[in-house]
Ligand binder design. Structure first.
Ligand SMILES: N[C@@H](CCC(=O)N[C@@H](CS)C(=O)NCC(=O)O)C(=O)O
Length: 255
């Protein structure tokens, strides 16, 4: 374990950027305490505890940090090995940073909006994403609030049928882009970099959606989930209307 560092990580169970940061902490053998928040409460608790309205947030002594990329940069400063970025002089340095930015700013929202329309149709599935989280309230007490939680999350994430349909239509070309990065070795190395964790955590979450999983399975993109423990959560196949789903193609891993 890394000596002298014992941060607290604030997460939402099932959150993909939180999974990315947790994987980075484990990779660097940093001992940390995880605080599981309830959906939507991060907007109130976050600014007080760690300085922002979203998860992941991190606190270490007096230092407060919010945002998966900011936390990754700080983790590299705190514990250099293994590094999450190539050396600054390396040709891949800027490209990994750019893939990470795209993973955060573009890809991260895709499963959020698709999940939210699934949750609106089947609010009880939200509970499956809690996995082994230590929630601040008993699950039985939270269950009646799940339909309202689904509506609030969809509102917050601007998720609706049209947005989810557009996300599904765009997904094959986004996966092609990721497959290309894996094929050229920018992503998918033996040791994950920051972009592997950012993009891989999103792929892993997308693969919990039964209707979306066949679009990813067999692609090089799917190999990025190996940096993470198995995901909790499932929206069963058949929840999304079949006419929303792009055709699947047969993909073979790049040589
Ligand atoms: N893109 C940022 C923000 C992450 C983010 O939006 N997290 C979601 C949960 S996956 C959240 O906290 N949403 C609540 C909100 O947007 O207020 C990051 O990677 O840290």
């Amino acid at each position: 374990m890394a000596a002298g560092i014992h941060p607290t990580l604030y997460v939402l169970p099932g959150s993909h950027p939180c999974a990315a940061v947790e994987a980075a902490l484990k990779l660097k053998s940093i001992d940390y305490r995880r605080v599981d928040l309830l959906p939507m409460t991060q907007m109130l608790i976050g600014p007080i505890r760690y300085g922002g309205p979203t998860v992941p947030g991190m606190r270490d002594g007096g230092e407060r940090l919010v945002g998966s990329r900011a936390i990754m940069r700080r983790l590299d400063e705190l514990v250099a090995e293994p590094p999450l970025l190539p050396p600054p002089g390396d040709a891949a340095y800027a490209r990994v940073l750019e893939a990470e930015r795209w993973g955060d700013e573009v890809l991260q929202g895709v499963p959020r909006r698709i999940l939210d329309v699934g949750f609106l149709r089947r609010p009880e599935t939200i509970e499956s994403y809690a996995g082994d989280a230590k929630l601040p309230l008993p699950r039985g007490l939270l269950r009646p609030a799940l339909p309202l939680t689904a509506r609030m999350m969809a509102l917050k994430n601007r998720a609706n049928d049209d947005a989810a349909r557009a996300d599904l239509a765009a997904l094959p070309s986004q996966l092609d882009r990721i497959d290309g990065w894996v094929a050229e070795g920018l992503l998918g190395g033996e040791q994950p970099n920051a972009a592997d964790l950012q993009v891989g955590s999103t792929i892993r979450l997308l693969m919990t959606i039964g209707d979306v999983r066949p679009l990813i399975e067999g692609r090089p993109s799917a190999t990025l989930v190996r940096y993470f423990p198995p995901a909790s959560g499932e929206i069963p196949a058949g929840v999304l209307p079949p006419e929303w789903l792009p055709a699947t193609a047969t993909h073979t891993a790049a040589p």
